[in-house]
Design a protein around this ligand. Structure first.
Ligand code: NAI
Length: 712
């Protein structure tokens, strides 16, 4: 084995008596790069060769021991020279005891490194996990072989298939950690080293055959296959753990190695890694260099569905929030909802009762907008009515302190018009939350024509403390997400009128991977709401006036079917269970007859999926060309985070790239020829057409730079 010279920057070595303390220092999260692996190996070789060193402590600088592999290198397939397996062989093979002293996050490759050490201690707040499945991968650095040897088959499978990090004290009771320590970690590690321990190698242990889960591997396989998420990673993890039980250690590592490479070459991993990088890229705005304004105190206006959720989200982000209503009963209800939202997190173990009480106390209520005069950020979530919102913004323009940011949560109104109403449009930005606002990860940041760069930077920067992903959208009807939704729902509606059962449509799209079929989704959000939005969009000229366009939703509403809340919609709802209802087809047939629309023939599942989802791609191409979204990756982030599009397909445009633009254009042309194109829905977007002609991909398009804000 080659021994490389130590890289002092990446591993700091310090002698404490007879102990060599090796501190990994690869900011920000000690990602395991090839250079870091080399540096650790060199430092271990040096300590091994030094007769004065009797034990080694391996720890991490910064907030965490390590958050996993360097994904950039992973994508570039830079996995060798040395591989993690080479590194672990050296660590585990060291003749002197190696103690991993862990803190913060210990994820993925960092946990695998700790498993190769001879002893493991951690601080109380440490969280340990193997989250590779969320990227379509599996632990490829010996994790599938060492973890079951330490904690047993059932727990190892659970940790690796769920991908969720687990608290230090819990994994200590499983045998993963030798001690959980309070106080100074380095001091505790030195005390531990002073005990004169000898090296204990996990690879030399065998897997306890009694630790299999109930039902054995077959039961875990069945559960993993039935899940909605990625499937290849979990199924191969099970194979690897089975190998850990039945084969010698090195042979098990070979199985793991082959499985890891299979995952890495899979479309699933390709899609999930694409989304991982797209989410990070979305937070970086091309050409934006302004520094964000500080935000500590937040005002929320309106304590309805959205206002209560938004107030909860900001309170959980550690800010102090004042909620203002013009209706005392609504204020009471809204504050009650905030309390319930936060208390629910205690029940789920996400907050301690003290933390919850502290966050609840950070939310105050008021009936006077004047109480927001000192707020750094004010988000309005009042009724979706232009006059009401303009009046609120005009008032805010007067009372908010200079430099305060004024945000609107509007879904359909013109953010530029609202900004003008405030009299200080540079301070105005759209913050489009999704319901429930404290749960949904997506935050569309709507950049107005005159939004100041530092206001935009602040809005995007809010996503991190809020635990959300921000995507910037320009101003247009529906922004990125809802604008794309229109074409999707148009086809769902049309298919039902043509005679396809809602349950069949939902099944086809759920089989594709959508979290919830569209008919069920429309029933949940309320058909009356959909119908009202549609009437307004029609009146404003955003959608065709022709009554045959999206005819099914108004027909259901006219029949008194408003969705899940009334028990009847596209389905009949028995409690929470949607049941197919033949009455719906009667309404569909009547609607078709009334409007002279053709019914049948029944399409295949593939055709249902293509009809409903290719409009997303076509509209996204227009959104990109108009500069509403800066990058294809931004569009890809919006749909999995906000609309339940399967992450394992990488978002609508990544999916489109796997199909190829030419194939998509052929399909759209075919739909236009067979179904007619009177509403223009099948007209191919110019950008999509160009990609089809050139054989290009969405992923290769350059990012659009935002224009400088317009001045008065
Ligand atoms: P809501 O009707 O549940 O709540 C609106 C609240 O605003 C009511 O409690 C009302 O009393 C209060 N209000 C009205 N005028 C006010 C004023 N002048 N001053 C103070 N309070 C006032 O409505 P919801 O669903 O919460 O929607 C609010 C906004 O969020 C709308 O712009 C809507 O388009 C948008 N939105 C809604 C989503 C949803 O799923 N419901 C999703 C994303 C955005």
């Amino acid at each position: 084995m080659t021994v490389h010279s130590p890289t002092p920057d990446l591993v700091r070595v310090e002698r404490q008596g007879r102990v060599a303390v090796l501190t990994l220092d690869n900011p920000p999260l000690n990602a395991q790069s090839r250079a870091l692996r080399r540096a650790i190996m060199a430092a271990i070789a040096a300590a091994e060769a030094d007769p004065a060193v009797h034990a080694l402590v391996l720890m991490g600088a910064g907030a965490s021991f390590g958050a996993g592999a360097d994904l950039g290198e992973l994508v570039a397939r830079e996995l060798e020279d040395p591989s993690p397996r080479d590194l672990h062989r050296v660590v585990e093979g060291c003749s002197k005891p190696v103690i991993a002293a862990l803190h913060g996050l210990v994820l993925g490759g960092a946990l695998e490194l700790a498993l190769a050490c001879h002893w493991r201690i951690a601080t109380e707040s440490t969280r340990l996990g193997l989250p590779e499945v969320s990227l379509g991968l599996l632990p490829g650095g010996g994790g599938t072989q060492r973890l079951p040897r330490l904690v047993g088959v059932a727990r190892a499978l659970d940790m690796m298939i769920s991908g969720k990090p687990v608290a230090a004290e819990t994994v200590r009771t499983w045998g993963l950690l030798d001690a959980v320590v309070a106080g100074d970690l380095k001091a505790a590690a030195l005390d531990f080293a002073a005990l004169g321990l000898s090296p204990i190698r996990v690879s030399a242990r065998s897997v306890d055959p009694a630790s299999l889960p109930e039902g054995g591997f077959a039961a875990v396989r069945a559960t993993a296959a039935a899940g909605r998420g990625p499937t290849l990673g979990p199924s191969l993890i099970i194979d690897c753990v089975e190998a850990a039980l039945t084969r010698p250690f090195e042979a098990g590592l070979d199985v793991e190695d082959a499985a890891f490479r299979r995952c890495l070459a899979s479309p699933e991993a390709d899609a999930l890694l694409h989304l991982f990088f797209a989410e990070r890229a979305a937070a970086r705005i091309p050409g934006l260099t302004a520094k964000p304004r500080p935000v500590r105190t937040v005002g929320v206006i309106g304590a309805g569905t959205m206002g209560a959720g938004i107030a909860t989200a900001f309170a959980l982000a550690g800010m102090s929030v004042t909620v203002v209503e013009d209706n005392p009963a609504a204020l009471e209800r809204g504050l009650g909802q905030v309390r319930k939202n936060i208390e629910a997190l205690v029940a789920r173990g996400r907050l301690s009762p003290d933390q919850a009480a502290d966050r609840i106390a950070a939310v105050a209520g008021s009936l006077d907008l004047g109480n927001l005069a000192a707020a750094d950020l004010i988000v309005e979530a009042v009724f979706e009515n232009r006059a009401v919102k303009e009046a609120v913004l005009a008032r805010l323009g007067q009372i908010a302190r200079p430099g305060a940011i004024l945000a609107t949560n509007t879904s359909t109104l013109d953010v530029d018009a609202l900004a003008e109403a405030s009299g200080r449009p540079a301070d105005v930005v759209g913050l489009h939350f999704f319901s429930p606002a404290h749960v949904m990860r997506l935050l569309e940041v709507v950049r107005g024509a005159r939004t100041a760069p530092d206001v935009l930077a602040t809005a995007v920067g809010l996503a991190r403390p809020l635990g959300k992903i921000a995507v910037v959208s320009g101003v247009c009807y529906g922004f990125i997400g809802n604008r794309m939704l229109e074409g999707y729902l148009r086809e769902v509606d049309a298919l039902v009128v043509e005679g396809v059962a809602p349950a069949r449509i939902d099944r086809a799209l759920e089989a594709f991977g959508m979290a919830m079929g569209p008919c069920r989704m429309m029933d949940m959000s309320g058909l009356d709401l959909g119908d009202r939005l549609m009437s307004e969009a029609r009146a404003a000229g955003h959608i065709p006036a022709d009554p045959s366009y999206r005819a099914m939703t108004p027909a259901l509403v006219a029949a008194g079917r408003l969705g899940a809340k009334t028990g009847l919609g596209f389905y009949r709802h028995e409690g929470r269970r949607p049941v197919p209802d033949p009455v719906v087809d009667g309404i569909a047939a009547e609607t078709a007859a009334r409007l002279g629309l053709v019914r049948g023939p029944a399409p295949s599942d593939d055709e249902i999926v293509a009809r409903c989802l290719l409009p997303l791609v076509n509209e996204a191409a227009r959104i990109l060309e108009e500069g509403i979204a800066a990058r294809a990756g931004d569009v890809d982030v919006v749909w999995p985070a906000g609309y339940g599009f399967p992450a394992a397909r990488g978002g609508p445009l990544h999916w489109a790239d796997t199909l190829g633009a030419a194939a998509i254009v052929a399909r759209l042309d075919d739909f236009a020829a067979r179904l007619g194109n009177s509403h223009g829905g099948w007209t191919v977007a110019p950008l999509l057409k160009r990609l089809a002609e050139s054989g290009g991909r969405f992923a290769d398009l350059p990012a659009t730079r935002f224009p400088e804000p317009a001045h008065a």
